[in-house]
Design a protein around this ligand. Sequence first.
Ligand SMILES: *[C@@H]1O[C@H](CO)[C@@H](O)[C@H](O)[C@H]1NC(C)=O
Ligand SMILES: *[C@@H]1O[C@H](CO)[C@@H](O)[C@H](O)[C@H]1NC(C)=O
Length: 272
Amino acid sequence: MRSLLALSLLLLLTAAYLGGGSALGRRAAWTKGPEGSPALPSGTSAQFWVRLSPEVVAVPPGDSVWLNCSSSCPLPEGSGLITRLRQGKTLRGPGWMAYQLLDVRAWSSAVRCFITCEGETRWATARVTAYKRPKSVILEPPVSVGSKYMLRCHVTHVFPVGFLVVMLRQGGRVIYSENLKDFTGPNLANVTLTYELSPGVRHLWQSITCHARLNLSGLVVRSSSAPITLSALAWNTKSTALSLASIAALLGILLIVGATYLHKYLAMRAQM
Ligand SMILES: *[C@@H]1O[C@H](CO)[C@@H](O)[C@H](O)[C@H]1NC(C)=O
Ligand SMILES: *[C@@H]1O[C@H](CO)[C@@H](O)[C@H](O)[C@H]1NC(C)=O
């Protein structure tokens, strides 16, 4: 563990999510061929298509979603849906079955449906993802600790934390970044990144921002904090006041040196 870092994760366990623990068991629902199937023209062909839509869908964690498995088979002999997600209601109509999936909490789940027509079974697939853009990214005003500054960034109500990267940036540079890939909790979470900065002169004037990035294989969701500057604080702290005094002294010395050179230069020109 790096000594400069203290990272704390606060699980957000709201009442709404307490019931979700059992959602990950594998379930398969088999639906036998429609009993009261509508009168459709006979003469089916084994050449039929099956579609599961939408093919890709994203929901906030804990929400439910409907997927529709449709086919061109006029008289299906069997159909069903296979997924790890918990299933809710089912609706059916001629050529389609709609399935409700409850409490989606896994970051990414494969869903497959099948239709059997004239003894042949065909499959279609879809992917259900759950994510939540952070509600807020807040970089606290820095607190000076001796000659260092404690920077603290809060990322609230975010999911999935395992795909989150939190960064502190200044100008174009990343001062510090933390990858939270080991965190696999099934709920929205608050994440606090703490970093102790030993400021150089350039740190005092450029603004610092905190960035949260969810990197969801293909989909990148970014949020960032309002900028802060250390210089605003500099006037309140002795240590920085001292370093500012030394900057002032350095500038004073440079001016004197400059003036001396100018004086010499002018003297030389006067002689030429
Ligand atoms: C997460 O952060 C929000 C906003 O600051 C706060 O209201 C909530 O209580 C926090 N949850 C936990 C578990 O700390
Ligand atoms: C399912 O899809 C079929 C074919 O596209 C459509 O006719 C039907 O209305 C859809 N059902 C629902 C519940 O969306």
